[in-house]
Design a protein around this ligand. Structure first.
Ligand code: SAM
Ligand code: SF4
Ligand code: SF4
Length: 365
């Protein structure tokens, strides 16, 4: 059965209360990081994200009229920045499929911040169009990119992306991004047990000693279509053990509170790797991220089943003060900590379609 990525939205009744200012949620977590999905489409069919059988030609992608325009996105982003967001990541789907994305980057770059410090503006991409777009994105004001690459062996990578895209083309994209000044580049590798976990060591060897920081991500139970199974999760501590046996690692202090990746460095000075242990070592207690979907719904957790409809407010003539208050109330009520309560919640979701989790390609990773 086809999984519908989109869930019913919650209306956000605007009230007038203190519109801007630094916010803390119900568990005392600050709002720091906004992820914006600019498209729900992708030119890859990664087996753990948009499996071909579900995301086929009949899949109901959003029509263009549903998408937030760049101007709408920039307006929403400016309200978040006024509330203390210092970091914005563009994602998707594949964000570089969105036409003229550099126009949005330039609009976001121009947003004033309360602290006067420049926004940290980044993008996550599968790298397929990066060689073509790196320079123009940098010129528009993008700071850095994260590139997803799940194997260094071409045959394994082609099986993972399921559209026959080559490793060499992604590596070209990484090099172009590095040359354009979009470094230091992070490379994300999702590890799916039995599918690409034999690539952990080859990937580590490949990027060791380079300016690129490789990060391993535990395969997560996002969405409802990837057929997730705990047996296919390879715990990060197992990856640290495997890598250390050949190339000894030692832990490094986090750069800041709420950093998703635990940092490890090669004892011989060969650089760092990161471990994103979203399944086996949840990091909800410091989670300061909110997500804006392609059609303008706000999700306070990656595993949310319902979003708050900001597009409705945007398109019904609400003032900035009203929108800002709605955002503030939403964040103050937030008590999500799905990864810490995963087992219970997953059991509860059962077959209820109205509580189906949102697809990663829709909400943005
Ligand atoms: N298309 C872009 C890309 O792949 O980088 C951006 C969107 S993608 C949804 C963002 C990140 O989510 C990628 O690094 C991807 O590997 C990761 N991801 C997708 N599905 C995942 C899953 N089930 N578990 C863990 N990570 C996942
Ligand atoms: Fe596309 Fe990224 Fe999902 Fe792969 S992980 S299918 S590249 S959105
Ligand atoms: Fe944040 Fe939700 Fe992920 Fe926990 S499960 S880290 S609250 S997005």
């Amino acid at each position: 059965m086809m999984a519908d990525a989109r869930a019913p939205a919650m209306a956000v009744p605007p009230t007038l209360e203190a519109p801007t200012g630094l916010l803390a949620d119900a568990l005392g977590r600050p709002l720091h990081d906004l992820r914006i999905s600019v498209t729900d489409r992708c030119n890859f069919r990664c087996v753990y994200c948009m499996p071909k059988e579900v995301f086929d030609k009949n899949y109901p992608y959003l029509p263009h009229s549903s998408l937030l325009s760049f101007e709408e996105i920039a307006r929403v982003a400016s309200l978040f920045v006024a509330h203390g967001v210092e970091k914005i990541r563009l994602t998707g789907g594949e964000p570089l499929l969105r036409k003229d994305l550099e126009r949005l980057v330039a609009q976001l770059r121009a947003l004033p911040t309360p602290s006067g410090r420049p926004l940290d503006l980044t993008l996550t991409t599968n790298g397929s169009l990066l060689a073509r777009k790196a320079r123009v994105l940098k010129d528009a004001g993008l700071d850095r990119v994260t590139v997803s690459l799940d194997a260094i062996d071409d045959a394994v990578f082609r099986r993972m992306n399921d559209v026959d895209f080559s490793v060499a083309d992604v590596l070209n994209g990484i090099e172009a991004a590095q040359d354009a000044g979009l470094g230091p580049i992070k490379v994300n590798m999702v590890v799916k047990g039995g599918m690409n976990d034999d690539q952990v060591l080859p990937m580590a060897r490949h990027f060791k000693g380079s300016p690129t920081i490789l990060r391993f991500i535990e395969y997560m139970d996002v969405g409802a279509s990837n057929g997730w199974n705990m047996d296919e999760v390879v715990p990060s501590r197992e990856l640290v053990r495997r890598i250390s046996a050949e190339m000894p690692l030692e832990p490094v202090d986090p750069n800041y509170t709420g950093e998703t990746a635990a940092r490890w460095r090669y004892v011989d000075g060969g650089g760092e790797v990161g471990m994103i242990s979203s399944v086996t070592q949840a990091f909800c207690q410091d989670c300061s991220r909110i997500r804006l979907s392609t059609e303008g719904k706000l999700y306070t957790c990656l595993f949310a089943t319902r979003g708050h409809d900001l597009r409705e407010l945007l398109r019904s003539g609400r003032s900035d003060a009203e929108m800002s208050s709605a955002i503030a109330r939403m964040w103050r009520q937030r008590a999500d900590r799905y990864s810490e309560t995963r087992t219970l919640d997953t059991a509860g979701l059962g077959g209820d379609p109205s509580r189906r989790k949102i697809e990663m390609s829709y909400i943005g990773g």
